[in-house]
Design a binder for this molecule. Sequence first.
Ligand code: SF4
Ligand code: SF4
Ligand code: SF4
Length: 301
Amino acid sequence: MSRRLPVNQGLYTRGGIITERDPDYCIVRLRMPAGMVTPEQIQGIGAIASKYGVEKIHLTTRQTVELPHVDPSRIEDLVDDLEKNGTPLGAEREEVVNITACLGTRHCKFANIDSIALAEEIDTRFFGKELPIKVRIAISACPNGCESERLNEIGITGIRRPIRDPGLCTGCGTCIHYCREKAIIVEDGIIVLNKGKCMECGFCILPCPFGILKGEDPAYRITVGGHRGRHPKIGRHLITVKSTEDVIQVVDRVIYWIHRQASSGSLLPEQLDELEFEEFRKTIQTLIPEELPVPGSVQVG
Ligand code: SF4
Ligand code: SF4
Ligand code: SF4
């Protein structure tokens, strides 16, 4: 025998409330961009979970938390309490779901960009936007890819291209030691970069003992059409841009393109060719031209 259905059916159909295996209960998922939460909010979530009879909290792969086994008749009060705690209801349907990001320049020594600030900005503008398909957005602040960003519908990677002043280099080889891709060699006493191998991580820049090797300003490499799940796919490169404003503009256009042209029932990577991704890529690259290396310097090699 099922329990009485919740009074507010509209609330129950929102993305952050998921029918449980036992259909008399539901799972409540929270909105938590970049997985960042204050100690007070964590304490608040604990207190709310206890108040509504949740025995254990689940940490998800998308950097949010779920409260399992909630009585649907108490959902409205629970959602109110979560709002007051600053950790509102999340999303999981055909919409933009929780934005994930690594710790970026705030805490990671490898980072090229402030991935948390970018995740919060994207969350403010696009979270919960209804679309024909679910859209996951992830940000890694360097090509180490801790957030597996290229396995998301929209992936953003922080990069930094190495450059050196023309003619200068002692050929000491320190930067070669720090390059995991074996992308740098010394020729005639000067380093040369194999651009095909370079991942633009920027890890070779700081260790140069003479400060000869510098970097371009950090940039944002954006991929589209990645996916985890049953049939994992790596996203295709769309564009590399130099500012968060450009990232927001590109994400806005990708979301608009998905909204207008994608269809429900199949995943984005399966639709990319039908959606004429290459045409879309050319359009984006015309609107937001990729920038060249800093004038007066040369890219390594
Ligand atoms: S992706 Fe790079 S910057 Fe981000 S946590 Fe991993 S190593 Fe650090
Ligand atoms: S930026 Fe390129 S050359 Fe420098 S460490 Fe990374 S992969 Fe190697
Ligand atoms: S760029 Fe710097 S670290 Fe690399 S070989 Fe030249 S002097 Fe040495």
